[in-house]
Design a binder for this molecule. Structure first.
Ligand SMILES: [Zn+2]
Length: 302
């Protein structure tokens, strides 16, 4: 495994990204063993939410914050649509707020049109009841974040096995300074642009090398402010929606004005950012006491 992938994984501890996007799944997922003391207040919340198999039968709500909350009344994105297929089904992370699910279904068609691809491959959204996860992602907790692969959907239905095994495409160069010229396409650009143009999209995370490539093509465009550099995100990009009307979540601060193609982007390519010498800070796992109180009801609901 290339060293930089290992480094990216260290950052998972301290930053809102996943190095697990490329991890293969299995056709035969084993249920997690029951917890000996699930009501122990020290139980990490990820152990509880990671065991929820179905949505909480409550009215839909995204509760808390993207990296600190849960999901009531989650809806499951169908695994196939006219312009999308869901990957890594064994993870059971294709659940979201109904607003996000409806958005993805509509956006998939626009994405296909913009990119010229048959459709998009969709990675993790949220767990059935949202909440922290046992692997990957600091965010994706309230059903408003979704990962889209940087690999076109093929013009056929993928088998269950392919959905667990197929890798996505790494569009970033080994030195992390730019995209791979032979891999990055106008289709990738058009897909991310289409997402950024959507009014419901609050921000998008891409690898800094992708942001750099997009700055070459679209500096000064108003939608570019939504395209934010982040570690990882070289195999997929990440869409985050605003809190829907009526939901109790807290919106993230607005993205800074300007296209983000300035010194703030250059900073991502410093030696320290690209090759950190020590792993990111890690926090003790979140317990239920640290999540909004309403997440207790989400866990207990039928
Ligand atoms: Zn993501």
């Amino acid at each position: 495994m290339p060293i930089r992938v290992v480094m990216a994984c260290f950052f998972v501890l301290g930053a809102s990204l996943s190095c697990a996007a490329q991890d293969k799944g299995t056709l035969d997922p084993k249920p997690l063993p029951p917890l000996a003391h699930p009501s122990d207040p020290q139980t990490p919340a990820k152990e509880l939410f990671g065991r929820a198999q179905d949505a909480a039968a409550l009215s839909p709500d995204s509760i808390g914050f993207y990296s600190h909350g849960c999901l009531a009344g989650g809806e499951q994105l169908p695994i196939n649509g006219p312009n999308w297929q869901v990957m890594r089904l064994s993870r059971n992370r294709n659940w979201g707020h109904p607003t996000l699910i409806a958005f993805m279904e509509k956006f998939a068609a626009k994405a296909a049109h913009a990119s010229g691809w048959p459709g998009i491959l969709i990675g993790d959204i949220s767990q059935p009841r949202g909440g922290p996860m046992l692997t990957g992602h600091a965010s994706h907790q309230i059903g408003l974040d979704a990962d889209i692969w940087l690999r076109p959907m093929p013009d056929r239905e993928l088998s269950r096995e392919e959905r667990e095994e197929l890798p996505s495409t790494d569009v970033v160069r080994e030195d992390q300074l730019d995209v791979r010229a032979d891999v990055w396409t106008q289709g990738h650009f058009a897909l991310i642009r289409a997402a950024a143009l959507e009014p419901k999209v609050q921000r998008i995370f891409v690898n800094a090398a992708i942001k750099r490539a997009m700055c070459r093509a679209a500096a000064g465009e108003p939608w570019m402010r939504k395209v934010r550099p982040m570690w990882g995100h070289n195999y997929h990009f990440h869409i985050r929606l605003f809190c829907p009307d009526g939901a109790t979540c807290r919106d993230q601060d607005p993205t800074p004005s300007g296209d983000g193609c300035d010194a703030s982007l250059a900073g991502w390519f410093s030696e320290e950012m690209l090759r950190p010498r020590k792993p990111g800070k890690s926090w003790p796992p979140m317990t239920m006491a640290k999540l909004p109180a309403a997440c207790q009801q989400v866990l207990k609901a039928p």
